[in-house]
Design a protein around this ligand. Structure first.
Ligand code: FES
Ligand SMILES: [Fe+2]
Length: 427
């Protein structure tokens, strides 16, 4: 069988993964090897900051949501004082999950098996028929196990590690892009407005790669492009607008597709696009011209995708969360976001845009998912071949704040993520 340059098979190795990741390619086993997947869950997801919630998903005291850190189920809760907790969703008696709801409000979680009950801060509150336990049984010893939690701009992350850097240091230069992304509140806060979830039969890193993959856009999203008016179709000519990919450290990266929409508080005098004229008229009933322009611009979304290693994408106008389920199965949650307390008409328009691209019947995401599935299927062939990430290694267009900046269709975001993968897998 013919080989491509650099396609020599890696030497076998029991516990080292270095040889599977090169600057410009990764080995196919990263999509297919169950032992590698197990090691990833341990060395990556159990050892770094993992996104679990947006603050608006916990709107008041005693609210909660279910989430995962890697494969471990957790509850994200807000207590009476407003403090957020991330707790292992595992009863300390014999391990049953104490709550199976996606979201809700409750002052206490009662395990359905033998009735142990826990406060929202995780403390064990009561044990039925406690006289059956010995005198040294102390409820304080059996609270739900809690994780370290930190928050930036409403993004809540958790980690099992007490000794890693603070969240703000982990995010580093990505913080600037999170700040820009949150300008979609148009002066209001940002809130989540509902979500949908699906699974695809493929490895989690296939989706991770996709968030900063502009190269696929005009091919995979041809159907989406043909569903747009001419002005919007031009806007989504993502390879033709001078966009870029920027590495942000720690595996994070940003892909700017529409440079004019990086800062939603700039260019507010620009003409209102045709597709938002009706919205602008409706908003004008209750808002002055400056507010209308600010809201309309925010409704259209940010012109970039921010990839936060390992599991969150802030993608134009929504959050995309990935959850590894198995080496060849990944769960994706698309979370629509809007203005917290903002005008109903603006949030309605956001939901319609979200449905148009991301929705289960949308013109965008279902096509992406087909692509991801086919990558996994195709990778069953040629187990010694490599996945190429060498696009745009020569298209460095500069540096910003010391970060590499490349052409928009370069695979620089993926290279950055895999270098972080390699670093973490070596630990
Ligand atoms: S497993 Fe929860 S009370 Fe027994
Ligand atoms: Fe896509």
């Amino acid at each position: 069988m013919s080989q491509c340059p650099g396609d020599d098979a890696p030497p076998p190795s029991a516990d080292s993964y270095d040889h599977l990741v090169r600057e410009d390619r990764v080995h196919t086993s990263l999509y297919r090897d169950a032992a590698i997947f197990e090691a990833e869950m341990d060395r990556i997801f159990n050892n770094t900051w993992v996104w679990v919630a947006h603050a608006s998903e916990l709107p008041g005291p005693n609210t909660y949501k279910s989430a995962h850190v890697g494969r471990q189920p957790v509850l994200v809760t807000r207590d009476k004082e407003g403090k957020v907790h991330v707790l292992l969703n595992r009863c300390r008696h014999r391990a049953a999950t104490v709550c199976e709801n996606k979201k809700g409000k409750a002052p206490v979680f009662v395990c359905p098996y033998h009735g142990w009950s826990y406060n929202v801060d995780g403390k064990l509150r009561a044990v039925p028929r406690s006289e059956g336990y010995s005198a040294d049984f102390d409820r304080k010893d059996y609270g739900l196990q809690s994780l370290r939690v930190e928050e930036y701009q409403g993004l809540i992350f958790a980690t099992f590690r007490d000794d890693i850097e603070p969240l703000v240091d982990f995010l580093g230069p990505a913080k600037k892009w999170i700040d820009l992304f949150m300008k979609q509140g148009a002066g209001y806060g940002v809130k989540t407005m509902g979500q949908h979830q699906f699974r695809f039969p493929g490895n989690w890193k296939i989706q991770l790669e996709n968030t900063t993959d502009a190269y696929h856009f005009p091919i995979v999203h041809k159907t989406f492009l043909t569903s747009l008016d001419e002005e919007t179709e031009e806007l989504f000519d993502v390879l033709g607008q001078g966009g870029w990919v920027e590495e942000l450290g720690n595996g994070h990266s940003v892909m700017v597709m529409i440079p004019d929409l990086v800062d939603l508080e700039e260019n507010l005098d620009a003409p209102i696009p045709e597709r938002f004229q009706a919205l602008a008229s409706e908003l004008a009933q209750d808002h002055d011209d400056a507010e209308v322009r600010r809201i309309v611009r925010a409704v259209g979304g940010s012109g970039f995708n921010l990839n936060l290693f390992p599991n969150l994408a802030c993608s134009m106008a929504f959050f995309r969360v990935l959850r590894p389920v198995a080496v060849d199965e990944t769960e994706i949650t698309h979370i629509a976001i809007g203005m917290d307390g903002g005008p109903e008409a603006g949030n309605r328009a956001r939901l319609r845009l979200h449905e148009h691209f991301q929705g289960p019947m949308g013109f965008g995401s279902p096509d992406d998912a087909e692509g991801w599935e086919r990558v996994q299927r195709g990778s069953a062939a040629g187990k010694d071949l490599w996945i190429l990430l060498n696009r745009g290694t020569e298209t460095l267009v500069g540096h910003q704040a010391g970060n590499h900046v490349t052409d928009v269709s370069a695979e620089a975001g993926m290279r950055a993520a895999y270098q972080m993968w390699k670093r973490m897998m070596a630990v």
